[in-house]
Design a protein around this ligand. Structure first.
Ligand code: FAD
Length: 399
């Protein structure tokens, strides 16, 4: 059953201003009509239609937090979050590619790069003619991304020479630029990391493979390899060996905004479960008339509201986070808690959504099955649930 949009607005909440709510409502309508119908084919082919990024750019949905001076939308962080939620509600895969481009890559460049780099890269990234990615994770460096990092960047005159590989990189196979972390002073361990903007047509850069995922299909994920890849020294973002500050503050914002990929997906799962429960008949009645089905719907709703409220509170606390701030203290703890809750709530909701759909939920070509395969990774990607708990308890037990 292809359930169409039942209401044409984003859920009302105390946390949003009228302007933010209007942006969310507009995004809700636009994304659903433009992107929802692409999902089945994206799941089948695992390709992102080339029209998606230019369309997002033309409608002003790229560079959400970037000043209009560089071609961005100049919105506050909460607005970016609710737009992310609506995009993920309409298409989880496009929502993931968008957040990797717009938050992980573009926002990190905007917050940390000098004016020359901003002027060179941001306009194209904001109008959708260029696609961005962020390369941090490596085959041997996941949860311990900084400590175990093996990719190196060795100074050579006015260039750095990058060697190493990055894995599970969202948009990696289609990116024009990748914000890459590499060790410039390996002897300093995690304190010897720098960030670089790498253009993907640079000799020595290659996409080693496009990875075959269980969910989020259509959002391409890849392994990237750097073999004597010469990157201009002026493409360094932030200071030499200053990569930790760029990463840690960026990761807090990433955790905060990824909560909304989660709530977008779980809201959609609840919506199609309600519709299915009202229309599927057993024992001569809609299954929605059975109290055990009603209980599942009630629990799903409650989990989503709890996760969404914490996520919106966290987004508000991220407003105006200065360069270098984050990566420690209250905001570090709160963003980890918000994504921990949002990911757990999503897994709970998706599990119940499949249950309500019965056997049809187990069939690969149903929307609920696609969402179920997709949402699971929110407990792993952008840092695992275990690492999130380590961050929270680490902050609670400090001093
Ligand atoms: C779809 C997808 C998209 C992604 N996109 C990007 C991207 O765009 N850019 C990017 O850089 N990365 C990306 N990643 C990588 C992602 O951030 C990592 O997968 C994640 O950080 C976990 O690393 P890992 O997979 O190596 O798992 P591991 O670190 O090997 O963890 C394996 C298990 O061990 C547990 N574990 C590890 N250390 C501890 C500990 N100290 N205490 C307790 N338990 C522990 C983990 O919690 C987990 O359960 C993506 C991943 C996926 C799946």
């Amino acid at each position: 059953m292809n359930v169409q949009l039942r209401n044409s607005s984003s859920p009302r909440t105390y946390y949003l201003t009228e302007e933010q709510q209007a942006l969310a409502d507009q995004a809700h309508r636009f994304f659903f009509s433009e992107f929802h119908h692409l999902n089945a084919q994206m799941d089948e082919t695992d390709n992102l239609p080339p029209s998606v990024f230019p369309k997002l750019g033309a409608m002003g949905y790229l560079g959400l937090n970037v000043s209009p001076e560089y071609g961005g939308a100049g919105l506050d962080f909460t607005s970016a979050c609710v737009i992310t939620e609506e995009l993920s509600h309409a298409s989880a895969a496009i929502g993931l590619s968008h957040v990797a481009h717009d938050n992980l890559c573009v926002n990190n460049i905007y917050r940390n790069a000098n004016d020359v780099l901003r002027r060179k890269y941001l306009p194209g990234l904001c109008n959708g003619t260029m696609i961005g990615a962020l390369g941090l994770t490596e085959p041997g460096a996941g949860s311990d991304a900084l400590g175990s990092m093996r990719t190196t960047a060795k100074g050579d005159g006015d260039h750095y020479i990058l060697n190493g590989s990055k894995i599970y990189i969202t948009n990696g196979p289609i990116a024009d630029v990748v914000l890459v972390y590499a060790k410039t002073s390996p002897e300093k361990g995690a304190k010897g990391i720098s960030a670089f903007i790498v253009e993907t047509d640079t000799p020595g850069f290659k996409v080693a493979q496009k990875l075959n995922k269980m969910g989020f299909r259509g959002s391409p994920t890849g392994e990237l390899v750097f073999e004597d890849c010469r990157v201009p020294a002026k493409n360094m973002v932030g200071k030499p060996d200053g990569g930790v500050a760029v990463t840690m503050s960026g990761l807090d914002l990433e955790r905060a905004i990824v909560c909304f990929n989660a709530t977008g997906i779980s809201r959609r799962a609840l919506q199609i479960s309600i519709d299915y429960a009202k229309t599927r008949q057993q024992f001569g009645k809609p299954i929605a008339s059975f109290q055990m089905v009603q209980a599942m719907l009630a629990e799903m709703y409650t989990e989503i509201e709890a996760a969404r409220s914490l996520a919106l509170h966290t987004a508000a606390m991220c407003e105006g986070l200065e360069e270098g701030e984050g990566g420690r203290g209250e905001i570090h703890k709160l963003t980890a808690a918000a994504i921990f809750k949002a990911a757990a709530a999503t897994s709970f909701v998706l599990d119940r959504a499949v249950q309500i759909h019965g056997g049809s939920g187990y069939m690969r070509n149903t929307e609920v099955n696609r969402l179920y395969r997709t949402g699971r990774v929110l407990e792993v990607g952008a840092g695992t649930q275990e690492v999130r708990k380590l961050i929270i308890s680490g902050e609670l037990l400090k001093n």
